[in-house]
Design a protein around this ligand. Structure first.
Ligand code: F3S
Length: 386
């Protein structure tokens, strides 16, 4: 792997042990994946921020690091709302450990924006090389924005953040971004994001780690966010194309003639929806946009929820949606920031949880130990207020 003079100095320990270790990690990754060189990155997003997932040993490792990040870097959601953790039922013991994790990242210069939708908070553009690690954020950045990132592990993203570079392989290379199979779909007109979550849940299982190319759908940004998140959860999709919509598909003329084509019909998508009884509703996987908060507010206006309704978003979006958040919370529902239903222990005591997300539908059973039911946001609110 070709390294420049500065990289070599970092590797020799000139800039300290942490920088050396981070560079060694990147070089090892690059060698495994056949990278010929490094590429400078514009930003990083680091997962492994919740104490629920990183645990005691991850925290110990973080506390050994002595460096500062070289590019704007944000965190994935952590295990609690940093201000309202008591309302979430988080134990003081967990909160203390979570605060230690956050402080460790703070010392490294990571911005304490804990979100899987960093694209709402900062500008990422077509063609930018970045090192993001949360799978739905990776899928959105690659597919909807046309930025270039591999699905980094938490330590790999942190190493790239400290060095300001990442190995040039995988989805950083245009030639590796071609579609690997085609999905034809019909009947998406006016469909809710949950429909796209269910579609993504099915498509991800078929796609595995191949790059899907969709025909027949015309989703908006929130729907694409839901589609990519679900495919990244049920499969390992880090990039998808939609004919005539996503930027790579519009810029490059992909030859899809020879590719396997799978049709996903309405009936299959409907079969993902069920009507099992639930004892909580969780919305905001990935974190809600302003439009999604506004929809939730419109549906909850003047109503009272009868079961816990937890809505998750980033601090920036919550601040920008102050009026909608007040309307939502007057109903008894709660809008939490910095965290989510999967990485927080707050949803671990429910028997069945209703979500409007294909990704949460895939993760809730294992991560929260509860049954999962998917429904549109209207159905979620109807069930919660019935
Ligand atoms: Fe984001 Fe948590 Fe879902 S990190 S994508 S809200 S599982």
């Amino acid at each position: 792997m070709e390294l420049d003079r500065e990289d070599e100095l970092v590797l020799s320990g000139e800039f300290g042990d942490t920088a050396r270790m981070m560079m060694e990690m990147l070089v090892a990754l690059g060698k495994v994946f056949g990278a010929e060189r490094m590429v400078p990155i514009r930003s990083a997003q680091v997962s492994g921020a919740s104490y629920k997932t990183i645990g005691k040993y991850g925290l110990e490792w973080l506390n050994t690091l002595k460096a500062r990040v070289a590019v704007p870097t944000v965190l994935n959601p952590v295990g609690m709302d940093r201000e309202r953790w008591r309302e979430m039922g988080i134990s003081p013991g967990f909160a203390k450990k979570q605060a230690e994790v956050i402080n460790a990242y703070d010392r490294l210069g990571v911005r304490l924006e804990c979100t899987c939708t960093p694209y709402y908070n900062s500008i990422t553009q077509f063609g930018d090389h970045i090192a993001w690690s949360e799978s739905s954020a990776v899928a959105y950045a690659n597919s909807v924005i046309g930025a270039r990132t591999n699905r980094e592990g938490g330590p790999g993203a942190l190493a790239a953040a400290v060095i300001g570079k990442t190995p040039f392989y995988g989805l950083h290379i245009i030639g590796n971004r071609k579609p690997g199979l085609v999905f034809t779909v019909d009947g998406d007109a006016g469909q809710d994001t949950a429909w796209y979550g269910a579609l993504g849940y099915l498509a991800g299982k078929e796609a595995g780690n191949r790059i899907p190319y969709f025909r027949g759908i015309r989703p908006g940004r929130d729907q694409m966010k839901a589609l990519g998140a679900a495919m990244a959860a049920s499969g390992a999709v880090a990039l998808f194309h939609i004919e005539g919509i996503t930027p790579d598909a519009r810029v490059f003329s992909y030859d899809t003639e020879h590719l396997e084509t799978i049709h996903i019909g309405q009936e299959a998508i409907r079969s993902v929806f069920s009507d099992i009884p639930v004892d909580a509703v969780a919305i905001g996987c990935p974190h809600c946009s302003q439009d999604e908060l506004s929809t939730a507010a419109r549906l909850l206006r003047g109503k009272k929820v009868k079961i816990p309704v937890l809505i998750f978003t980033s601090g920036t979006v919550k601040t920008a949606s102050k009026g909608d958040v007040e309307t939502i919370e007057r109903s008894g529902a709660r809008v939490f920031t910095d965290t989510c239903m999967v990485v927080s222990p707050c949803m671990d005591n429910f028997r069945a949880i209703m979500v409007n997300s294909g990704k949460a539908f895939a993760y809730v059973p294992n991560m929260c130990g509860a049954l999962a039911r998917i429904g549109t946001i209207r159905e979620c609110i109807d069930i919660a207020t019935a």
